[in-house]
Design a binder for this molecule. Structure first.
Ligand SMILES: Nc1ncnc2c1ncn2[C@@H]1O[C@H](COP(=O)(O)OP(=O)(O)OP(=O)(O)O)[C@@H](O)[C@H]1O
Ligand SMILES: [Mg+2]
Length: 144
């Protein structure tokens, strides 16, 4: 699926549609540069999962957990994780535990943990076209 959005609200809305289709064990790997809209889309995903839309960037906390619905959402920001980190180093973030917990895991800056992403990862690339336009490409299974 490839879509152009024209506002953060539209990106969030697309996130809601994706969030409503997610299931236990799903991993979402975002790519796209600074300010692409990864956190905005995660806000929509959380809302679509029934978790409300009070989602903020986990840049300093590394991971935020949202859990009032049936499915938990683990929201990572790997911006500060060096790309050459070993599996053992990444283990300290709780990433492996989260992806095996039966919730949904969404990862900003997944470029930095490319080798650790499991098979079946849903990939969402957000490309900045102009101030308000983004080209969003979703590669997953036939749900998307
Ligand atoms: N079409 C759009 N989709 C998403 N965000 C948009 C769009 N147009 C403008 N924006 C703006 O771009 C910014 C996206 O910020 P956001 O924090 O979601 O990006 P991010 O990819 O998470 O950045 P970071 O890499 O810093 O974590 C917001 O200020 C938002 O209002
Ligand atoms: Mg962000």
């Amino acid at each position: 699926m490839r879509i152009i959005t024209h506002s953060a609200e539209q990106t969030e809305q697309l996130g809601r549609q994706i969030g409503a289709r997610l299931k236990s064990g799903d991993v979402i790997a975002f790519s796209g540069g600074l300010g692409a809209g990864k956190t905005a889309m995660t806000r929509g995903i959380a809302a679509g999962m029934g978790l409300g839309d009070d989602v903020s960037s986990p840049t300093f906390s590394l991971m935020n957990e949202y859990s009032d619905g049936t499915l938990k959402l683990y929201h990572f920001d790997m911006y500060r994780i060096p790309p050459e980190s070993s599996a053992e180093e990444l283990d300290f973030t709780g990433f492996y535990e989260c992806i095996e917990s039966g919730g949904v895991t969404a990862v900003e800056w997944s470029e930095n943990i490319a080798a650790a992403l499991p098979q079946g990862t849903i990939r969402i690339d957000i490309k900045r076209i102009s101030d308000n336009e983004r080209e969003i490409t979703v590669n997953g299974d036939d749900r998307f």
